[in-house]
Design a protein around this ligand. Structure first.
Ligand code: LLP
Length: 450
């Protein structure tokens, strides 16, 4: 008999502190201390679908999508599918009035299968193949964002009807983020620089092909941007560029896509991007820049991904073993790792972890959550406080794993990728099933004849 069996009120007396800025909106802990999302105990999901499993809170995703629409009236919101995309997720985005941005034929096919109107799809990519361009123009995607001159030539040759396009430019704005996600500066692979005559030359080439309908410009300054004012600066520079294009070519571009990259907090105290603040910044910057250039107001488009899908997701792992190295750390090894969450080793990302199957009472210890892969750097989180009585079989939930987890998962060590389970109103529904060893072997062409 445990202390909790004798004193069941302990759990209620000491409610869990789960920061609502980080965990899905429907997260709560039930009387048994079990963590629930979408009114489903996470331990039930682990029992049914096993671990590791990605769980996604439909209400959280939809609520954040709605929040964008409400705050950014008059601005078109396009959900960045690269953060998380399945047919059901595409359907949620569509039902909430969002377009979808895709960057491969795979993402395009999923968005279409999710019922997204092709005219609400924006196609991205710095190295789109002719086949991808053909797929995109054939189904009639609303916008193709051009990122190189050769792609402009390919698309002009492939298109069978007039294709609306944007030209991606780099406004040279440094978000001072991680090198891997700083995309608005000149010295990186995306877009054409405003500086020099790169962007002007790209525009000239697009205009030389009447089958391409140049409607506007695009920029994406990076990820985990916390300061909305940086988008104001981007708008100023982009509208000045649009005014230059008018002066040079006599055309008025009507659309300005300022990309995504809105930060979410992963741990308590991390700054949160202010969507209402962004609405004000956009309003003011567009007013000022258009007045300064005597330029008609373009339609503004934003492309948030993580800010809509990130907090909706949690990942469930079972504790496999616990080991304290002499003079070193205590390692809690779980049944997933860098194959389902590469963000820790790629960007040094930090996460919150909670015990999900029971009350976390008693003394706490500071541990490292280690993955199952054959690399010392395979960690999920460091310096996490978990109960000293943690044992193999316990269930852990990691917060903020909705964005860039399922979409970045790999088969490292031939580990099968986890399922994605949506929860809503007490029901759990598999959106993506777990990969099987049969799936892995199905792609292996065999030993052949020597
Ligand atoms: N639009 C464009 C053109 C983009 O390249 C991206 C992200 C987005 C929108 C959406 O950005 P978001 O709002 O989700 O930050 N794997 C990295 C993130 C790479 C983002 C690449 N582009 C990570 O896990 O942090």
């Amino acid at each position: 008999m445990t202390l909790l069996d004798m004193l069941p009120s302990i759990g209620r007396a000491a409610p869990r502190r789960l920061d609502p800025a980080i965990w899905p909106v429907t997260t709560h802990s039930d009387d048994g201390g079990r963590l629930c999302v979408g009114d489903v105990p996470l331990v039930d999901i682990a029992d049914e679908f096993h671990t590791p499993t990605y769980v996604i809170d439909e209400a959280d995703f939809r609520q954040r999508a709605r929040r964008y629409r409400k705050a950014l009236r008059g601005v078109e919101v396009v959900y960045a599918g690269k953060s998380l995309l399945t047919t059901a997720v595409a359907q949620w985005a569509r039902e909430e009035g969002l377009g979808v941005d895709v960057c491969s034929s795979g993402e395009l096919a999923v968005a279409l299968a999710g019922g997204v109107d092709p005219s609400r799809i924006v196609m991205h990519g710095n190295a789109k193949s002719p086949d991808e361009l053909r797929d995109a123009t054939r189904v009639g995607v609303g916008r193709i964002v051009l990122d190189s001159c050769i792609e402009t030539a390919y698309l002009a040759g492939l298109a069978r009807r007039r294709q609306p396009v944007l030209v991606r430019v780099t406004p040279d704005i440094d978000i001072h983020g991680h090198r891997a996600v700083t995309t608005g500066i000149s010295d990186q692979k995306f877009g054409f620089t405003l500086e020099g005559d790169q962007a002007a030359e790209a525009v000239k080439r697009v205009l030389a092909h009447p089958i391409l309908d140049l409607v506007g410009l695009h920029c994406h300054i990076g990820s985990q941007v916390t300061d909305a004012a940086l988008y104001g600066e981007a708008i100023h520079r982009m509208i000045a560029a649009m005014a230059d294009i008018r002066a040079q070519h006599g055309i008025i571009l009507t659309e300005l896509n300022i990309g995504g990259g809105h930060a979410i907090p992963y741990r308590p105290g991390d700054p949160e991007f202010d969507v209402d603040g962004l609405a004000r910044v956009i309003e003011d910057a567009v007013d000022e820049a258009c007045a300064a250039e005597h330029f008609p107001r373009p339609t503004i488009v934003v492309e948030p991904g993580r800010a809509i899908s990130g907090r909706a997701g949690v990942t469930l792992y079972r504790v496999c073993s616990i080991k304290t190295q002499p003079g070193g750390r205590t390692f809690v090894a779980v049944d997933g790792g860098m194959s389902d969450n590469p963000r820790v080793s790629l960007y040094g990302a930090q996460y919150m972890v909670a015990l999900a199957n029971r009350h976390a009472v008693g003394l706490k210890q500071r541990v490292t959550i280690a993955g199952r892969h054959c690399e010392a750097g395979d960690e999920i989180a460091r310096d996490v406080e978990l109960p000293t009585d943690l044992h193999p079989g316990d269930l852990l939930a990691v917060a903020c794993t909705g964005a860039y987890h399922h979409s970045m998962a790999s088969n490292y060590n031939m580990v099968c990728r986890p399922p994605l389970v949506a929860v809503k109103d007490g029901r759990a529904r598999e959106l993506i099933r777990r990969e099987t060893i049969a799936d892995l072997l199905a792609r292996d062409c065999g030993v052949g004849q020597s």
